[in-house]
Design a protein. Structure first.
Length: 150
């Protein structure tokens, strides 16, 4: 067991809806949780780090894209059970809207495939329902943020 699997307490984290000219940035995770699914970039908050700084760092590490954090959007518990019904993962994630300052994908610490997606061409079947719902709820905000590029 490691500190993220079978936690004693929920683990705080951050995730970002990163908006750029090419759409939104998604990451196909290559390890649990959400292995093989397209999700939002993000991760844990380190001691002494603000949530916004943590998210900028995670986006850069996982995608190579520099960003500015625009606004808080939503908080979700992500609770996943193993085959025996034990809580294997429990994250408390704050989600933010972020604006991409660069668009070249060059991850520092690859955690899977990274790709830009237009809202009209999302791989719906390969995105966890909670993430898909979050993106749908943020659609107007995403389109407004995209307008800042022109």
């Amino acid at each position: 067991m490691n500190s993220r699997r079978y936690p004693e307490f929920p683990i705080p984290g951050v995730a970002g809806i990163v908006v750029g000219r090419k759409g939104i940035l998604l990451l196909r995770r290559d390890k649990p949780p959400s292995k093989g699914l397209w999700t939002l970039p993000g991760g844990g908050v380190e001691v002494g780090e603000t949530q916004k700084d943590a998210l900028k760092r995670e986006i850069l590490e996982e995608t190579g894209v520099e960003s500015e954090i625009h606004a808080f959007f939503a908080t979700f518990d992500v609770i996943m059970q193993d085959n025996k019904g034990d809580i294997e993962f429990h994250f408390l994630l704050n989600h933010y809207l972020a604006r991409a300052l660069t668009e070249d994908i060059r991850p520092e610490f690859p955690d899977g495939e990274v790709q830009w997606f237009e809202l009209e061409n999302l791989p719906h079947e390969e995105i966890p329902p909670r993430i898909l719902g979050l993106i749908r709820n943020a659609e107007q905000n995403i389109r407004e943020l995209q307008q800042t590029y022109w």
